[in-house]
Design a protein around this ligand. Structure first.
Ligand SMILES: [Zn+2]
Length: 337
């Protein structure tokens, strides 16, 4: 990982020239830096990091609805060049052949530069009042997709869910809980930590914070959104779902976790209680728009509390050093290097 001078973005990269404001850091960035994941663009020896963006339009030539000064978030994924059935209709988040690309992750430079360009159809407008929290739109888009799919699956039968359990109180889990609260559910969040900002963020949402095992909750949730990626916890959630319950996995697991699952026990739970267990990744344009709307309706002060550290550009390296009490860390790219 290095800070380096790169060329001015080329007009072919998009008709919107954007002055970067903020960049959010997430677990995928740590995987990229460790070399565990990610691909540089073809013929390029480096990958510009950054997929959680917020910027201000500096030039909008032939850019439809955008004008100079608009706040925008960049969509991360691009459909494959010869699109599969999903990509062909704008649902690149459901890409079937894996030949999609992703800014800052897979074969396309990211948004971790002071200026970047984007195609208007891959830019999402954010209201001016959202300037301080708009960087949360990209992570929230994944949860908007999770909720959309949970509700689609829920419509398989008459179903009136009351309780939500979110496992993992990082930024993804907290945004999942926020959207559960917006749906009028009784929200429970389970994590390991007993101090730091997470318990209070959960309580401020009007939700209940838990530590310890799922079996000690005292109830079986109708919906679980699994955001920890912890294998044993995921298994316990699968076995403690309420009848007709839906479990959505958002957190991806590190390899080689030692957790056993009795498939016959899981099978009986699935069959006898009509359970649904599924996973989601990424989001399409519709989910970014749903995310921006959910954030707009949320408490601004609560959202500001999710961003626990803002590093000035000159101190960018510190953003990639994990500190106790971090929830979401952002780099203020507009502050000058
Ligand atoms: Zn595709």
């Amino acid at each position: 990982m290095a800070l380096t001078e790169v060329a001015e973005p080329e007009p072919f990269e998009g008709t919107l020239l954007v002055r970067a404001l903020q960049l959010g850091i997430c677990g995928t960035d740590f995987d990229l830096i460790a070399g565990d994941y990610g691909w540089a663009p073809d013929g390029c020896g480096h990958l510009v990091l950054g997929h959680e963006s917020l910027g201000e339009v500096a030039e909008a030539s032939d850019a439809g609805n955008f004008k100079k000064g608009d706040l925008v978030v960049g969509i991360v994924r691009r459909p494959d060049a010869q699109p599969c059935v999903a990509c062909a209709v704008g649902e690149w988040d459901m890409c079937r052949n894996g030949r999609y690309t992703e800014r800052g992750i897979k074969e396309r430079h990211g948004f971790g530069a002071q200026r970047w360009r984007i195609e208007p159809e891959f830019a999402v407008k954010v209201e001016a009042e959202m300037r301080a929290v708009g960087v949360l739109v990209e992570p929230a888009s994944v949860l908007a997709k999770a909720w959309e799919h949970i509700e689609h699956i829920g419509r398989r039968a008459h179903w009136r869910p009351r309780s939500l359990l979110v496992t993992g109180a990082g930024p993804i889990g907290l945004l999942a809980a926020m959207m559960g609260q917006q749906r009028g559910l009784a929200v429970h969040v389970l994590d390991q930590v007993t101090d730091g900002p997470k318990p209070k963020l959960v309580e401020d949402l009007g939700a209940k914070y838990h530590t310890g095992g799922v079996e000690r909750l005292g109830f079986r949730p109708d919906i679980v959104i699994e955001c920890s990626g912890a294998a044993a916890l995921t298994r316990d959630c699968m076995l403690h779902l309420g009848s007709a319950g839906i479990l959505c996995m958002v957190g991806s697991s590190a390899h080689a976790q030692d957790a056993l699952l009795d498939i016959s026990q899981f099978n009986r739970a699935m069959v006898l209680s009509n359970l649904a267990v599924f996973g989601v990744v990424n989001g399409n344009r519709r989910h970014y728009e749903q995310a921006a709307e959910a954030l707009r309706r949320a408490s601004r002060s609560w959202l500001l509390g999710l961003i626990t550290r803002r590093e000035p550009f000159a101190n960018w390296r510190a953003a990639f050093e994990r500190q106790p009490g971090d929830v979401k860390v952002v780099i203020d790219l507009a502050s000058g290097a």
